[in-house]
Design a protein around this ligand. Structure first.
Ligand code: ZN
Ligand code: ZN
Length: 429
């Protein structure tokens, strides 16, 4: 029996409190940077458990520090925010909450990405560590961040001086519930989630009567040429087999058949698995847009507005080796190698900001039988809702048990007293 198993034997005792807590969070979702109620509950709980608590970091971020003698410093992170989605799960604890978004509009709110599950699982791991100090030594840091969905919450905590308030971690851990069976945990070394950018591009023409095109500069024709060229970046400029995505998600211009409008707005989304490719995509986009504007005789240079940046999630091979060995010991063949995902996360802004190696993994929230039947029939996309869908909700239990166990096992792979003696100490790096 490993030291982590000793803690997890106690999961039954603490489970009912956590499942009640989860349902309460699910009923009371909060939008990005508005996670005040959630942060307050987390603060209270960490304080009860004996953690030194730092609240209000990067707006609503909360960090609990538990010092338990000599040893490695492990930081584990959960995100707290929900989405402007109207819940359609029909669950007894479904959300009926509404909130006012950053633009001032009232919107329904739902935990459609499972962050309520992340918070609950991290609190459970935090409690198991607090209740069993004899099984480990070192320092455990439980970090709860705002606004993952905007891609800016992790960076906000770093900018607000996170590094100065906590002991320097040796390693950082993060996890996300996804459309996998609820007995399955998956990770990989290296790039696991893509970097992302959104770009708003404004192209300027000169408006005129639709019957007199020679008097104007048509921004719709200009925009069309740009869109055609942008779609050649991945196929003609990236090496074959090298991953990148350039999507034009919106093309907005004009409102009447006989008016050539003044401008066109394009909304783009980019994905890449490394910063060099990301820079290459950005450079190609700007070059093509500027050249097409020049070709059209555009009277004003185009404008590029970069928003919603997400860093690449690039797992440390050393941390992967240690944590995945522990996960395999605990979960057996249900600890699997993760396929790289084209989704994105801002988790890595925290370890990057603190200059520490990290591991991010995913686990499942759905009935394994249903999942395997759908996989065999090729109907996964229809059967298992994706994150952000109005029907996305993990099966509460055993998803909680798997997530709480994975976080505890990963943290204990560094903190267990036996983990120090086998390799001579805190060699997280
Ligand atoms: Zn999400
Ligand atoms: Zn999420």
């Amino acid at each position: 029996m490993t030291a982590a198993d000793e803690l997890l034997d106690d999961l039954d005792r603490i489970q009912s409190w956590h499942l009640d807590f989860y349902q309460d969070l699910h009923r009371h979702p909060e939008l990005s940077f508005q996670e005040r109620r959630t942060a307050g509950l987390v603060d209270d709980r960490l304080t009860e458990l004996g953690y030194e608590v730092h609240a209000g970091i990067g707006t609503t971020g909360v960090v609990g520090v538990l010092r338990n003698g000599e040893g490695p410093v492990v930081l584990a992170r959960a995100d707290m925010d929900a989405l402007p989605v109207r819940e359609a799960t029909g669950l007894p604890y479904a959300s009926t909450a509404t909130a006012v978004d950053a633009a001032g509009n009232e919107t329904p709110v739902m935990h459609a990405c499972g962050h309520d599950m992340h918070v609950t699982c991290l609190l459970a791991a935090a409690q198991l560590l607090a209740d069993h100090p004899d099984a480990w030594s070192g320092t455990f840091i439980a970090l709860f961040q705002p606004a993952e969905e905007l891609g800016t919450g992790a960076a906000a905590m770093i900018k607000d001086g996170l590094a100065g308030r906590i002991p320097r971690p040796d390693v950082a851990l993060g996890q996300h519930v996804m459309g996998l069976p609820h007995d399955t945990v998956a990770s990989r070394p290296g790039a696991a989630l893509s970097a992302a950018d959104s770009i708003r591009i404004t192209l300027h023409g000169r408006g005129t009567h639709g019957s007199m095109p020679h008097l104007g500069i048509d921004p719709i024709l200009l925009g069309s040429a740009v869109v055609m060229r942008l779609n050649a970046i991945v196929s003609r400029e990236l090496a074959p087999g090298h991953f990148g995505v350039v999507t034009v998600g919106a093309f907005q211009s004009g409102s009447k058949s006989n008016v050539i409008p003044e401008s066109t707005t394009l909304l783009l989304n980019l994905r890449a698995y490394d910063d060099r490719t990301r820079a290459q995509l950005r450079e190609a986009i700007e070059r093509i847009v500027k050249a097409e504007c020049e070709a059209s005789g555009s009277p004003v240079p185009p404008e590029f507005d970069y928003t919603d940046p997400f860093p690449v999630t690039d797992n440390s091979p050393e941390v992967y080796d240690r944590v995945s060995a522990a996960l395999t010991e605990h979960f057996g063949d249900k600890a699997i190698l993760m396929e790289p995902s084209t989704g994105s996360e801002d988790f890595s802004d925290i370890p990057n900001g603190l200059d520490v190696p990290y591991l991010y993994w995913i686990w499942g929230g759905f009935d394994p039988e249903t999942y395997r039947r759908a996989e065999a029939a090729g109907t996964l996309a229809k059967t298992i809702p994706g994150n952000h869908a109005s029907t996305f909700v993990p099966v509460m239990e055993p998803t909680f048990r798997t997530g709480a166990s994975a976080m505890t096992v990963a943290a204990m792979s560094y903190l267990a007293r036996s983990a120090h003696t086998t390799d001579g100490g805190a060699t997280a790096r």
